[in-house]
Design a protein around this ligand. Structure first.
Ligand code: LLP
Length: 456
């Protein structure tokens, strides 16, 4: 985070709090979140997008809670004027518990349960993003049963393959999310409507006809950790063309368009993120031009950034343990530094081949550096935290290492594999630290074990 710096003893401080103090008070591994950085980034997205689309359209920025959610984080987002995007009943419960106005919450999910839909409608949330034809019928039935109207957006897959890891690209055709714009083979083509026979078109018809459903707009999310604005622009153009077709056939202009999240951040120096202004201006220009071309008035715009808000605000602290010098293939020696966490608190390297960097945080030493690999303590050789990093040769057991840019999808994806306890999350701000999420305890893990023994 921007508020990380070296203190008088050479140790790293974040938000004005020294990492050694944090490690002593809360233990390691520890997720540390800079509240200032989170708020600054949230505000930067909101201001950049509002400015770029003004005066033609208003913008809602939905913080994608899947990246990191706690009642505190939901309130930060809320206080910075953001809405909250949730992707399950559990995330919804946290946002509601935080006191976020339900009208400013959205619910995603490709396989929402009836219970999740019911809960969302009972709470009166602002939008449900429907992911399938079948779901529209279930939303309708539940809305009718509750005597309410469900505000529904349709998640479309505009067929844009974002240049990112396959597992986090979501708008190409052959994957589980959304409704495709491509007609299903064998359906009768209609000259006046290129989308006739597509799942997306069928969903529009269904949502318009379904009792208890109000179709408020279209949504797409092309993937995650994307730098180039081109993919977002292409997707926006496709959705606007689709909006124009809806107007041509049904005579209505849907009022909202959501362009998803996915804005990339810098994990290492090799990454080249764009700032919110650049993304916002590129998108606004494209949306305005496309709406102009189809003579549509601009819909209300929303986006759903997660990683780009919380990722750079987080850092993970580990305590170094065993070190080993291992001769690698090319005659080079690599220092393996094992830390007290690993794939349980950061699954991203093993899942997506993600790269991170690290620094020695407990002291600042110059002099010789070694090519090092930070590994975890789990029983897998793929349990790597940082693949390659030059660290001072003096790094030894008890030193604290800090891995930046771990605010997004590290706590969210954490597990207690090998029955390691999941780390605590602490927020720092102006010299103060506040515990947001407690460290998991062995008692809590054991409490899940029923202790069942077969009757004699
Ligand atoms: N909106 C929708 C509908 C999404 O599916 C996602 C992320 C977002 C917004 C937020 O995307 P972001 O701005 O955070 O990139 N676990 C993976 C990322 C999975 C993203 C899933 N959907 C990772 O650690 O890279």
């Amino acid at each position: 985070p921007a508020d990380a710096e070296r203190g008088p003893n050479g140790e790293l401080t974040i938000g004005g709090v020294s990492v050694t103090e944090l490690a002593e008070t809360y233990g390691t591994p520890l997720y540390v979140l800079s509240e200032t950085e989170f708020r600054n980034r949230a505000r930067a997205f909101r201001e950049a997008f509002s400015a770029a689309f003004a005066p033609e359209a208003e913008v809602d920025v939905f913080y994608a809670g899947k990246a990191f959610l706690s009642t505190h984080a939901a309130r930060w987002a809320d206080e910075e004027g953001l809405c909250v995007d949730t992707a399950s009943g559990g995330e919804l419960a946290i946002a509601l518990t935080a006191g976020v106005n339900p009208r400013r919450i959205g619910l995603h999910g490709n396989n929402k349960s009836d219970q999740e839909i019911r809960r969302a409608l009972q709470a009166g949330i602002g939008r449900l993003i429907a992911d399938s034809l079948e779901e529209i019928h279930r939303i309708s039935a539940i809305a009718v049963e509750l005597g309410t109207t469900a505000p529904v957006m349709l998640r479309l897959t505009p067929g844009v393959h974002a240049s990112t890891h396959d597992y986090i690209a979501t708008a190409h055709e052959d994957q589980k999310f959304g409704l495709s714009l491509t007609p299903v083979p064998g359906t009768a083509a209609e000259e006046a409507n290129p989308y006739a026979g597509s799942p997306a078109w069928a969903a529009v018809n269904a949502a318009r006809e379904a009792a208890g459903v109000e179709l408020i707009g279209l949504h797409c999310h092309i993937g995650s950790q994307i730098f180039e604005p081109t993919g977002f622009e292409l997707a926006a153009q496709k959705l606007i063309k689709f909006l124009a077709q809806i107007r041509a056939v049904h005579g209505v202009e849907l009022p909202e368009l959501d362009l998803g999240g996915g804005h990339g951040i810098a994990y290492t120096e090799a990454d080249t993120p764009r700032d919110p202004q650049e993304i916002a201006q590129a998108l606004a220009a494209t949306v305005k031009a496309a709406c102009g071309e189809h003579q549509l008035s601009l819909p209300r715009i929303s986006i759903e950034p997660g990683r780009s808000i919380v990722g750079p605000a987080g850092i993970t602290l580990y305590t170094a343990g065993t070190t080993k010098d291992v001769v690698v293939e090319d005659g080079l020696t690599r220092r393996y530094i094992a830390v007290d966490g690993g794939m349980g608190d950061n699954a991203r390297p093993v899942l997506y081949d993600a790269d991170y960097s690290a620094v020695l945080a407990s002291r600042n030493i110059t002099g010789e550096h070694d090519l090092s690999r930070i590994v975890g303590k789990h029983c897998e050789s793929g349990d790597i935290v940082v693949r390659n990093v030059y660290l001072p040769s003096a790094v030894t057991r008890g030193d604290i290492l800090a891995v930046p840019a771990t605010g997004a999808y590290c706590h969210s994806l954490s597990s207690n594999y090998n029955y390691l306890t999941r780390p605590a999350v602490v927020a720092v701000n102006n010299g103060d630290a506040h515990l947001l999420i407690r460290r998991e305890t062995e008692e809590q893990m054991l409490a899940r074990d029923t202790g069942y023994t077969a009757p004699a």
